[in-house]
Design a protein around this ligand. Structure first.
Ligand code: PLP
Length: 392
């Protein structure tokens, strides 16, 4: 019998397990009051409350709710007042949304190779690097480069992580971005947050995200003398309500992941060809990260786990230097914008043409953990994983 059948339910990603009608008090509030637009009333909206709640939970000075993390990245970039064609250094291992946000802002993404832990290798950055997007992939807290004016932390996969100095992921650089897409730690289907400790930057972000306006609650947008154009990234009360409900469960999600992680590590088979990639204390323990001896063994493990209905994944899809948008410098603009401004720019930064990183990718496997399961069921899941890995 598969694990899913034994546990009697489908294993969903993280926060999605905590969606429950009896718990949707904020969403009920929005519907009861008939208000779905965040600036409808003069009192604190659910979106305001979400921003306050997230700011308190993360220790961030200013928070802005938007539709998704890609918009949050774009807003963070445009608020740095770049020139079109400026370079943004990004991690070579991350979701293509990061490259999309950079390009959509008229800037050039340059993937930078990563270390053994899949964190951007800051020693490869040129001295004059001005904008860097660091990604905390799969809950692993990545160190931030020093001496760079605009470090943006993409914390889409690491909500609730902690740096060694106690700061939370997303709050230690110029700005931090979070995703509430279905597959993330908390979810509202789609949803994003942008955080910064820079008040002036937040005001620019807030203005740009609402048509360049100086909006006051309960009013039609007003324009100020130095207005600039913007777009519409304003969230809705319905989404903010679900994000608030999800935030109430963040500590439970994080502690449930910690517990499952500790149990699963104890149950790993004693094989010289399968090793646990260690995690730091502040990582969000979304998964076990396994380093195996060969690509063949990794592929066999994925196949066997899938047969047993046990989820697993690799990072192959995140290897941006081989993504067609970057290799082909693709664009919908007739003149190839903004790549047409990038003729002399390096395509990527790596010491060995990404040979070591490719080999790491080939040999790394991720097994997601289930925070919502009670301890006894986490033990069952961990034993099922052990048994499957032992048979390889
Ligand atoms: C999911 C994800 C994004 C994009 O988030 P959306 O909310 O879907 O726009 C960006 N970066 C990383 C690392 C992600 O995992």
């Amino acid at each position: 019998m598969t694990l899913e059948k034994r546990l009697g339910h489908r294993v969903l990603p993280y926060g999605a397990n905590f969606l429950d009608w009896s718990d949707m008090t904020e969403l009920r509030h929005a519907v009861d009051h008939g208000i779905l637009f965040r600036y409808q009333t003069e009192t604190e909206s659910l979106a305001d409350r979400l921003e306050r709640t997230a700011g308190e939970a993360l220790g961030a000075g200013h928070v802005l709710a938007v539709h998704n993390c890609t918009e949050a990245l774009r807003l963070a970039l445009v608020s740095t007042r770049p020139k079109v064609g400026d370079i943004v250094h990004i991690s070579a291992i991350t979701f293509v949304a990061v490259a999309g946000a950079v390009l959509a802002t008229g800037l050039i993404p340059v993937p930078v190779d990563v270390d053994e832990n899949f964190a951007l290798d800051a020693s490869l950055l040129p001295e004059d690097a001005r904008r860097v997007i660091v990604a905390h992939m799969e809950g692993a807290v990545a160190p931030l480069p020093e001496g760079v004016p605009y470090v943006i932390e993409d914390a889409a996969q690491a909500l609730g992580g902690t740096f060694p100095d106690g700061r939370r992921t997303g709050t230690a650089g110029y700005a931090g971005t979070f995703s509430f897409h279905h597959n993330k730690i908390l979810t509202s289907g789609e949803g994003g947050l942008l955080v910064t400790n820079d008040r002036a930057a937040w005001e620019v972000m807030r203005c740009y995200h609402d048509h360049g306006s100086a909006r006051q609650h309960g009013r039609y947008p007003t324009w100020h003398d130095d207005a600039y154009y913007g777009e519409n990234f304003v969230t809705s009360e319905g989404i903010a309500a679900i994000q608030l409900q999800q935030f109430r469960h963040l500590d439970r999600v994080l502690s449930g992941l910690e517990r499952h992680y500790a149990i699963a590590v104890q149950e790993l088979p004693d094989r010289p060809d399968i090793a646990l990639l260690p995690r730091s204390a502040g990582d969000v323990k979304t998964s076990l990260r396994l380093r195996v001896a060969s690509r063949e063994l990794r592929d066999a493990a994925v196949a066997r786990l899938t047969e047993q209905s046990l989820a697993s994944w690799t990072f192959d899809k995140y290897f941006l230097p081989e993504h067609p948008v970057l290799t082909g410098r693709r664009s919908l603009y007739a003149d190839g914008f903004p790549w047409n401004l990038a003729a002399d720019q390096p395509r990527s930064l790596s010491r060995d043409g990404f040979a070591r990183t490719r080999s790491l990718l080939d040999r790394t496997l991720f097994v997601p953990l289930s925070p919502e399961l009670p301890e006894a069921e986490q033990v069952v899941a961990a034993k099922a994983l052990r048994k499957t890995l032992e048979t390889l």
